[in-house]
Design a protein. Structure first.
Length: 314
């Protein structure tokens, strides 16, 4: 068995994962991100120990631990460099400390890379050697699997697909660049577009569902869309167009065999997957782009646990 550990700014989730990618047991403990490095690492230890407490036989049979950690990090050395969401870790040797405490192999990578690997090994990308994984949520992340391996780049900083500019006159992204796909098609970007659409003063179903215009979030757009609200349909249609432009660039750069999409916003956008696929040749030089399947990821909220375990299995 393998333990996958998903580390975030507020929690550490750990799970026991078998060779088919099934998560057979899950635990969750609070993360203390603003203290010292030892206190932050203690949350990781507590999450793994909670797995042992629930399944004592695991301790002797454990083959390895994989960890998804906030970046930036160095996946080759397993060192977390300077993550803004976990300020207690600066140059922290997470993989080495995990190996020292639990006496098993340990490896570290970011969540999108790891989730892409899990989809390749066990999920919707199984059977393909080359795939592009995108996670659509509060931000937009990406992972690239080439010949069954994560593409890390020279320093581990490759596959920042969410920060690919598709409109240099577009809004400024949190990364500092302008017109990144994250600034245009993430959950908060969808909410801003919906707010602008409902700002005319007339009735808005999205605002009604949210309890006010200023409270509109991407999930309210999705609810209104399912009711057939024309404004919500337009907002998500515009988002689908932006994603099509982005994925056209991805196809021309990588020509993956499969595009796997996960994250909370992926559920909202899944009704548009067929349209995006059909329209890809208009935004790619590759006129066979429409042959590339665009599919929902297998793993939802557990993508971090599955991805971390995939690192160790691989």
């Amino acid at each position: 068995m393998i333990i996958g550990v998903d580390i975030g700014g507020t929690k550490v989730a750990a799970g026991l994962v078998d060779s088919t990618g099934e998560i057979t047991l899950k635990t969750r403990v609070p993360m203390i991100p603003a203290g010292d490095a030892a206190t932050g690492f203690a949350a990781v230890v507590n999450a793994v120990e909670a797995v042992f407490a629930a399944a004592p036989e695991t301790r002797a049979a454990l083959k390895g631990i994989g960890l998804c950690a906030p970046g930036p990090l160095d996946p080759k050395t397993g060192v977390v460099l300077n993550p803004p969401n976990v300020p207690c870790w600066r140059g922290f040797p997470l993989a080495a400390e995990t190996r020292r405490v639990f006496q098993v192999p340990a490896c570290v990578d970011n969540d999108a890379n790891a989730a892409g690997l899990a989809e390749y090994l066990w999920g919707s990308g199984r059977g393909y050697s080359n795939l592009f994984y995108a996670t659509l949520g509060t931000g937009i992340g990406a992972g690239i699997i080439l010949d069954g391996r994560i593409l890390h780049g020279r320093t581990g900083g490759a596959a920042e697909g969410g920060h690919m500019t598709i409109d240099y006159r577009g809004p400024r992204c949190g990364c500092g660049k302008y017109g990144c796909i994250e600034a245009l098609a993430s959950g908060p970007a969808i909410a801003l577009r919906a707010l602008a659409r409902s700002a005319g003063g007339g009735p808005s179903r999205m605002a009604e569902l949210a309890g006010g215009r200023e409270q509109i979030r991407a999930e309210h757009v999705g609810l209104a869309f399912r009711e057939g609200d024309p404004a919500a349909v337009q907002v998500l249609g515009e988002t689908a167009f932006l994603l099509t432009v982005w994925l056209g660039n991805i196809v021309d750069l990588l020509e993956p065999e499969c595009i796997v999409v996960g994250g909370g916003v992926a559920e909202l956008m899944s009704p548009y997957f067929e349209r995006i696929s059909k329209d890809l040749p208009r935004w790619a030089i590759n006129q066979r782009a429409a042959e590339i399947p665009i599919v929902m990821a297998r793993y939802g909220a557990d993508a971090g646990i599955a991805g971390a375990a995939a690192l160790a299995w691989a």
